[in-house]
Design a protein around this ligand. Sequence first.
Ligand code: ATP
Ligand code: MG
Length: 359
Amino acid sequence: MSYLKLENVKKVYNNKVTAVDNFNLEIEKGEFIAFLGPSGCGKTTTLRMIAGLESVTHGDITLEGKSIVGLTPRERGISMIFQSYAVWPHMTVYENVAYALKLRKLKKADIDEVVQDVAKTTDIVQYLNRYPSQLSGGQRQRVAVARAIAVKPKLFLMDEPLSNLDAKLRVSMRTDLKRIHQNVKSTSIFVTHDQSEALSLADRIVVMNHGVIEQIGTANEIYHESETMFIAKFIGSPASNFFVVNVILEDGEVYLVHDDFKVQFNGQEKDVLIKNYLDKSVVLSIRPENFTVNKGGFIKAKAKIIEPQGSHIIINTDIGGEEIKIVSDLLELESGENILLGFNDKVLLFDSETEKRIK
Ligand SMILES: Nc1ncnc2c1ncn2[C@@H]1O[C@H](COP(=O)(O)OP(=O)(O)OP(=O)(O)O)[C@@H](O)[C@H]1O
Ligand SMILES: [Mg+2]
């Protein structure tokens, strides 16, 4: 039995805006899940429905096998933190963390034990007597995390908790969050529109677009086995490159034909291509690092703009008028040079109408 389950959840605001639709998700105890997607895709709405801050228009949410949609936020035993660090300015860090425990009428000694314990986990022991105004943004956000996990919630929900922090702090805080999660094992959902945050933190990622789930999977799955063109475009930086190609059969072999290249195709999708796509066009998706540059190859191109990244370069070129980006380790390559391109077999094919992966 799954720990948290969302079944066919739908949210319509004011009888007209459908913010979330047909949302199905099962989460195991202790999992760290990220909701990832562009602005307005329904991440916050879904989180707020789980927390009980927003009603569910249709469908059910169960926690430990029991429906929670009729419960108040407080009855659900869920902690949530937001983008703006919700810590109380007039209380010390200690009082902030202890507050919810006091409300539960725990004994002073027991409260102290919990506060010291979570302060250690979140690395705020030396700030317990300070006020939030005397802390940095990252420290304040760790206080918010400490306060949320002190009550041992059944679920720990975070809505873009790092987006107020500067770039460097975000990266170190996300490592902190991962470490804290490994210690506490709280079942957590983390909302972000930053893909590198989602990929690096979560056991599984729920990618959303326009209120529906596009794919649920591990970082590797959504990157290497993207189910839709939206995912192939949205995940990865630079994004995947797309080519519309024709599928033809010659002497029993399948070829993908583009104005600028023709390649034999021997991937696992070969049979499906023969069955359903002969003489039709499909979309070939190639990740920037899956091209070969000047190592044999069959596509002539020009390196129009080179963007050095230190460890590698990004080559901007075009194939048949289509702008593409290639990641390469040829650090000495210069803008304007002619290059010879190939690609390895880690390509994905998409149906050009449904934009879903062919497999
Ligand atoms: N209270 C509301 N009343 C009406 N529409 C709303 C309300 N809250 C959100 N919406 C709409 O629902 C959709 C989903 O919003 P939501 O806040 O869940 O998106 P999000 O994925 O969290 O976006 P962001 O990344 O910008 O925070 C949007 O189209 C939004 O305009
Ligand atoms: Mg939001």
